[in-house]
Design a protein around this ligand. Structure first.
Ligand code: GLN
Length: 264
C-alpha cells in the first residue's frame, strides 16, 4: 500500500475522469449518481492509485503550461520544473524569431510542443529513441494545433546526420542506475528509458553535451535539465567542451535544475 499526499484530490480527479466531467461539476451536482459501470471503473482506478500508480497514467493526461498533454506508460510524466526550462528557452528566442530548435528526447513532446506553440515562426524538431513515445508526442502536437514541429526517431544525435540547430533543449535521463533500490514513489511506474542516466546519472548528459557541439550553430545555445546535485558536473562538461556563458538555474524548490550554455 502506498500513501498519497493528496488522496481527496486524487479521488476527485479519478471520479471526474470516469464520469467524463471535471471536478467543479462534481461539486455543482452532488446528486449525480454514477452508473454501475462507472462505479466499477472508479473502484478499479482507486485500487491502481492505492498501489502507487500516478494519477496522470490513470487519467492518461497531464497539464503542462497551458496545454493538456496525453501521457502513457511510454512517456515520462512532465514535471512542473520542466516548465521552467521552457521559460528559459523562450527568454532566449525572440517572439518573431525563426530559429531551428531541437527537443532531444521529447517523450510526451512537452518541451517541443510548448516551444513550438509559443514560437510559431520557429521550426522545432523533436526526436526520441522510443517510437511509442513519438506516437504520443505527435498526438500532443496535433491535439494542441501545433504544426511547426516534426518528429524523428533517433538515438540522441544518431539519426540527425549533419543537421544543426540554433537551440537544443533536453531533459535527459539523469537518475542514477544501477542502484540498490529505485527511489520511492511514483517514479517506479515511469519508463526506465526516460530515467536511467547510468553511473552517477550523468552518462547521457556527458554524451549529449559533447555530441551537441556538432549540431548547434555558432552562437546557438543549449539548455539541459539535470538533478539538483549534478550542477558542478554539467558546468564542467560544458567548460571542457569550450561552451561559453554557462549558467545554472534553480527550480521551484530552490535546487539547481538546469544549465544553459552558448556555443561560441
Ligand atoms: N525529474 C525526474 C525525477 O527526478 C527525473 C527525470 C529525468 O531523469 N529526466 O523524478
Amino acid at each position: 500500500m502506498n500513501s498519497s499526499d493528496s488522496p481527496q484530490l486524487d479521488a476527485e480527479v479519478l471520479l471526474a475522469n470516469v464520469l467524463g466531467t471535471d471536478r467543479s461539476r462534481l461539486y455543482a451536482h452532488p446528486e449525480m449518481t454514477p452508473s454501475r459501470t462507472s462505479a466499477a471503473d472508479f473502484k478499479r482506478l482507486l485500487n491502481s492509485r492505492r498501489a502507487g500508480c500516478p494519477v496522470a497514467y490513470l487519467t492518461g493526461s497531464r497539464e503542462f503550461r497551458s496545454m493538456v498533454l496525453r501521457v502513457t506508460r511510454h512517456t515520462l510524466i512532465p514535471r512542473p520544473e520542466t516548465e521552467l526550462l521552457v521559460e528559459a528557452a523562450l527568454e532566449r528566442i525572440p517572439g518573431h524569431g525563426r530559429a531551428g530548435i531541437l527537443d532531444l528526447g521529447t517523450g510526451s513532446g512537452a518541451i517541443g510542443v510548448a516551444v513550438a506553440a509559443a514560437r510559431p515562426y520557429c521550426t522545432v524538431t523533436a526526436v526520441d529513441l522510443s517510437t511509442d513515445a513519438l506516437a504520443v508526442a505527435r498526438e500532443n502536437a496535433a491535439a494542441n494545433g501545433v504544426a511547426n514541429i516534426s518528429f524523428r526517431q533517433s538515438d540522441w544525435f544518431g539519426n540527425l546526420h549533419n543537421r544543426r540547430f540554433d537551440a537544443i533543449l533536453c531533459n535527459p535521463p539523469y537518475v542514477e542506475f544501477p542502484r540498490s533500490a529505485l527511489p520511492p514513489g511514483e517514479i517506479r511506474f515511469e519508463p526506465r528509458l526516460a530515467l536511467d542516466g547510468g553511473h552517477n546519472g550523468t552518462d547521457c548528459i556527458r554524451i549529449i553535451i559533447f555530441g551537441a557541439l556538432r549540431h548547434i550553430n555558432q552562437g546557438g545555445f543549449m539548455i539541459i535539465e539535470h538533478a539538483h546535485d549534478q550542477g558542478d558536473y554539467v558546468r564542467q562538461q560544458f567548460r571542457i567542451n569550450h561552451y561559453r556563458d554557462i549558467s545554472t538555474r534553480r527550480d521551484y524548490a530552490g535546487l539547481e535544475r538546469y544549465t544553459c550554455a552558448l556555443r561560441p
